[in-house]
Design a protein around this ligand. Structure first.
Ligand code: ADP
Ligand code: MG
Length: 330
């Protein structure tokens, strides 16, 4: 009998293990062992190194209670896939640690649907996790593989390198301001911006294509300037960045210039790849982007020294505040 019907007829509360079995257990194809034992067992290919990353999503902080469960399932995995992408890793497996206020089947079904749909698109398997009662909190750990020594790092940028970003920036932040009521957005604009915030597309294929092409990479999760700052610090270099060259959606481009600039530079939740590459790799970057089916834009250049200079399209330096989002700083 169909699971949904049975639980309906019997009206039994969903227990922890039934919940795991029903929503989060599927046969694994690449892992040696998935859900059901004390550990999952993985078998990375010979000569590969593992890349491991965790991201936690807390209600009210990383997502709003208004988000559809399906989109939440998508986003919880997407932000982790984005970290694998930033390292140029091929996704292998992930674990899911969940705190749930209650075993709400409608929520769980939507959440699981969004999660599995994205997982299947990227060939990543759910191999384990933990489930507990508590305030809604989702922590995924994603594991990927790269050929030994080829992971893209934040520390590889060199003076003279071109600075690139994928996709467009700023939409998620504009949507957040729409929710907060600080921006008055027409209905269709808000829907499109909200989609960008709730359904980010991790640049997994682009990240892998950039191995051996990019000199450094990071994913933009806390705002462009903040994340660029991490690359500059780890690489001990400076940069020049042209605000007018920053790629933006038609929706964002229709908003006031000051709002655009704030969202583009400080927005966060973009999950685009920010990367550097030597100028001789310019065409290789464009080829990688074409193969991945993602637009990329050259937005500046890495410079000697440690300074970050933000300019307009005419090269005029702009006064902008520095840094990205920090959970523990106002
Ligand atoms: P243990 O007590 O040994 O840590 P659990 O009883 O917590 O194991 O979990 C039983 C099995 O279910 C384990 O294989 C664990 O990885 C898996 N599991 C628990 N929660 C989840 C979840 N949310 N998603 C996927 N697998 C899960
Ligand atoms: Mg155990």
């Amino acid at each position: 009998m169909n699971q949904r019907r049975r639980s309906h007829n019997v009206r039994m509360a969903l227990g922890e293990f039934e919940l795991i079995e029903r929503f989060f257990t599927r046969p694994v194809r690449r892992a040696v062992l998935g859900v059901g034992d004390d550990c999952a067992v993985l078998a990375p290919a010979p000569g590969m190194q593992l890349c491991v990353s965790s991201d936690m999503l807390v209600e009210g902080r990383h997502f709003l209670s208004t988000v559809a469960p399906q989109r939440l399932g998508h986003k919880a995995l997407a932000v982790n896939l984005s970290d694998l992408a930033a390292c140029g890793a091929e996704p292998l497996a992930f674990t899911l640690a969940l705190a749930l206020p209650r075993a709400d089947e409608v929520f769980l079904q939507g959440f699981a649907d969004g999660l599995w749909a994205l997982a299947e698109r990227h060939g990543i398997e759910l191999v384990g996790g933990d489930t507990t009662a508590g305030p809604l909190n989702i922590c995924i750990t994603a594991i990927g593989q790269v050929p030994a020594g080829q992971a893209l790092l934040r520390s590889g940028a060199r003076p003279g390198d071109e600075l690139w970003v994928s996709g467009t920036l700023g939409d998620a932040r504009a949507a957040l301001e729409g929710f907060r009521g600080t921006l008055d957005l027409p209905g269709t604009t808000f829907a499109a911006l909200r989609r960008a915030m709730e359904l980010p597309e991790p640049r997994v294929v682009l990240g892998q294509r950039l191995r051996g092409v990019a000199s450094s990479a990071i994913d933009v999760s806390d705002g462009l300037l903040g994340d660029l700052g991490h690359v500059l610090r780890r690489s001990a270099v400076g940069a020049r960045l042209d605000v007018d060259a920053l790629p933006r959606s038609a929706q964002l481009a229709a908003l006031p210039a000051t709002v655009q600039q704030e969202c583009l530079l400080h927005g966060g939740d973009d999950y685009e790849l920010l990367f550097t590459a030597a100028p001789v790799r310019h065409d290789a970057v464009l080829a990688a982007a074409r193969e991945a089916g993602v637009a990329v834009s050259c937005i500046g250049r890495i410079e000697p020294g440690r300074e970050l200079v933000v300019t307009d399209g005419r090269g005029q330096a702009l006064e902008v505040k520095r840094g990205g989002f920090d959970h523990f700083k106002p």
